[in-house]
Design a protein. Structure first.
Length: 140
């Protein structure tokens, strides 16, 4: 399997509860390496632009307000099959449906406040990494 890079966000519900380290440990235990990381507080405009594909969904306004409510930690994770591996470590969108041992099962509060974001395809990973990081910030 190819070495890939994927974009991860530790979301406001998790940074607020001081869970950043525990979540990063889950990535590292799964063989994913953090090759870029920064803590930022998104504006509503930035959060809205990041989630533009969900603009027509009923929860879009709520999602944007939540993502801009507290700082987030955005990271690039690298590893064999990193895109799918990260999605597996994250678990299902709704924590009630997430598998045991996943980040969302252990830490998420609800379907909306679900602790982590992860790119869901190669195209999304490329777009989302470029949204937050310049090439100079990726230090594999
Ligand atoms: P995922 O993050 O698992 O890829 P989606 O792309 O479907 O899930 O949704 C993006 C984000 O929007 C979710 O992670 C969650 O924070 C939020 N979201 C999704 N569905 C709902 C919902 N029904 N109500 C509130 N927020 C939601």
């Amino acid at each position: 399997m190819a070495v890939e890079r994927t974009l991860s966000i530790i979301k406001p519900d998790a940074t607020k509860r001081n869970l950043t380290g525990k979540i990063v440990a889950k990535f590292e235990e799964a063989g994913l390496r953090v090759v870029a990381s920064k803590r930022i507080h998104l504006t509503a405009a930035q959060a809205g632009a990041f989630y533009a594909e969900h603009k027509e969904r009923g929860f879009y306004g709520e999602l944007v307000a939540y993502m801009a409510s507290e700082p987030v930690v955005v990271q690039v994770l690298e590893g064999e099959g990193a895109i799918l591996k990260n999605r597996e470590v994250m678990g299902a969108t709704d924590p009630a449906a997430a598998a045991a041992g996943t980040i969302r099962k252990e830490f998420a509060l609800s379907k909306g406040e679900n602790s982590v974001h992860g790119s869901d395809s190669e195209a999304a990973a490329a777009r989302e990494i470029a949204f937050f990081f310049s090439g100079l910030e990726l230090v594999g």
